[in-house]
Design a protein around this ligand. Structure first.
Ligand code: NAI
Ligand code: MG
Length: 489
């Protein structure tokens, strides 16, 4: 009587409204990082599949069955997708948990519901995308049209496999674009399930396609293909640079959501308890595999002991465990390469002379299989250490002590990245002053990791450009056309 959902042993590409194997027959295995067991075998898209998908997308776009559908009918289709996500909540959460090592509490209560909410939010936008009339010199009627860009491709990572894609799919479709998604090779399952849901929602073939596969083959083929008009990428800064370089050949529109080394600043007047809670939420949500993770914690000398004691106490309570157990608060690192990277950085931190005050080791869960790491906190670090400069993308917090406000703002901004930041203070004035001085796409005050479909998100500096979510994402997926009409009789 166990109603627990299951993954299929084998998945194909979702191309032009049908499930097909890849042209070469190539496949790959996706693993459960909590057990190291193979979950499913998945078709790996290559250049020929990408070409077929782009042709199908172009045909769908040009036929106008989606683009020229009334905006209200497009909105209704997005609502049907949202409904499908809610109906399949258990299966989507299960697939996301076994494929990416996320806790079932996070996938079921937060991330999958948020994916549905995103489709609902952008369903509302479909009917509200408008141009303007512009007062120009002379006897002319001048106005702007906001038109879809055309064939968009999303290349997404493994840390939020479903959500990072939906951030792109929902606004792109609302604006009348067609979309091809390439999931990460580590976590293709939730997006393949989404393809089933979209299929059932009745979108015309070619409007939405999912091509699992590897970055250098499927990903690179999408970036190079002259038939793709826009690439929306989330992932590492290094790959983002490659995408931008390759996209230049065809001058594709590009938006990049890249890495971060976000500062979490505790001011002297902060409540140490609230600051510690924020530090923990900032770094340990989703095992630290969050682009906006608050991986640098700046603590004032005066509050150092009070804050760090509480941080360590709370970190110790986050015990890694079976992600499918609803009681587990801390899951498995998403893949073996990522596990090795995180453990490597922990060694680096120790060698650089930072003090590891909790964690610092691989964690043993159950029979010892699975890529688990203890929540780790380094104290007494400097902003010059590699663990303060490079994105670790794991459960490793680097705490740095500072003396005064100007110093901490300079240190916080001394990073190649600028995705997010947070400040903890009881002083309203200081909160806003610091928010203005931080070079980041998002600043949280007395909280961390708050996201909303309506609130734009994106980076400055090497964290990328372009804004997702909110009305900003509509700009990201539309072109502005100016029309000028002679009214001289
Ligand atoms: P990645 O940036 O290489 O992968 C992200 C996506 O890009 C995947 O779908 C991948 O298949 C694709 N890709 C890879 N090479 C490509 C290419 N040449 N052309 C087109 N697409 C390509 O990230 P990866 O290797 O999975 O993780 C490495 C590191 O990147 C992590 O340790 C972490 O530090 C960082 N990262 C940051 C993320 C963020 O949200 N900021 C997300 C994922 C990883
Ligand atoms: Mg996996």
């Amino acid at each position: 009587m166990d109603p627990r959902p299951a993954a299929k042993p084998q998945y194909d590409l979702y191309l032009n409204g049908a499930w097909v194997p890849s042209a070469t027959g190539e496949t790959f295995e996706t693993l459960n990082p909590a057990t190291e067991q193979v979950i499913s075998r998945v078709a790996a898209a290559g250049e020929r599949d990408v070409d077929a998908a782009v042709k199908a997308a172009r045909a769908a776009f040009d036929a106008g069955k989606w683009t020229q559908l009334s905006a209200s009918d497009r909105g209704k289709a997005l609502l049907r997708i949202a409904e499908g996500i809610r109906k399949n909540l258990d299966e989507l959460a299960f697939l996301e948990t076994i494929d990416a090592g996320k806790t079932i509490g996070e996938t079921k209560n937060i991330e999958v519901p948020l994916a549905a909410e995103l489709f609902e939010y952008y369903a509302g936008w479909a009917t509200k995308i408008t141009g303007e009339t512009i007062p120009v010199r002379g006897n002319y009627l001048a106005y702007t049209l906001r038109e879809p860009i055309g064939v968009c491709a999303a290349i997404v990572p493994w840390n939020f496999p479903l959500l990072m894609a939906v951030w792109k799919i929902a606004p792109a479709l609302a604006a009348g674009n067609v979309m091809i998604v390439k999931p990460s090779e580590f976590t293709p399952l939730s997006l393949l399930k989404l393809a089933e849901i979209v299929h059932e929602a009745g979108l015309p073939p070619g409007v939405f396609q999912v091509l699992p596969g590897f970055g250098p083959s499927a990903g690179a083929a999408l970036v190079r293909h002259p038939g793709v008009d826009k690439i929306a990428f989330t992932g590492s800064t290094a790959t983002g640079q490659t995408v931008m370089r390759e996209a230049a050949a065809t001058l594709k529109r590009v938006s990049l959501e890249l890495g971060g080394k976000s500062p979490n600043i505790v001011l002297e007047d902060a409540d140490p308890e609230a600051a510690a809670r924020g530090a923990i939420a900032g770094i340990f949500y989703n095992k630290g595999e969050v682009c906006a993770a608050g991986s640098r914690l700046f603590v004032p000398e005066k509050l150092h002991d009070a804050v760090m004691e509480k941080v360590v106490e709370r970190a110790k309570k986050l015990v890694p465990g079976d992600p499918l157990d609803p009681k587990t608060r801390f899951g498995a690192i998403a893949s073996k390469p990522q596990l090795e990277k995180v453990l490597g950085y922990i060694q680096t931190g120790k060698a650089e002379g930072a003090k590891c005050v909790t964690g610092g080791e691989r964690a043993k869960v159950g029979d010892g299989k699975g890529y688990f790491v203890q929540p780790t906190v380094f104290d007494g670090a400097t902003n010059q250490m590699r663990i303060a400069r490079e994105e670790i993308f794991g459960p490793v917090l680097t705490a740095i002590t500072y003396k005064d406000l100007d110093e901490v703002i300079a240190l916080a901004n001394d990073s190649p990245y600028g995705l997010a930041a947070a400040v903890f203070t009881r002083d309203v004035k200081k909160a806003h002053v610091v928010a203005r001085r931080l070079k980041a796409g998002t600043v949280w005050v007395n909280t961390y990791n708050i996201y909303d479909p309506a609130l734009p998100f994106g980076g400055v500096k090497q964290s990328g450009f372009g804004r997702e979510l909110g009305s900003a994402a509509i700009d990201n997926y539309t072109e502005l056309k100016s029309v000028c009409v002679d009214l001289n009789l």
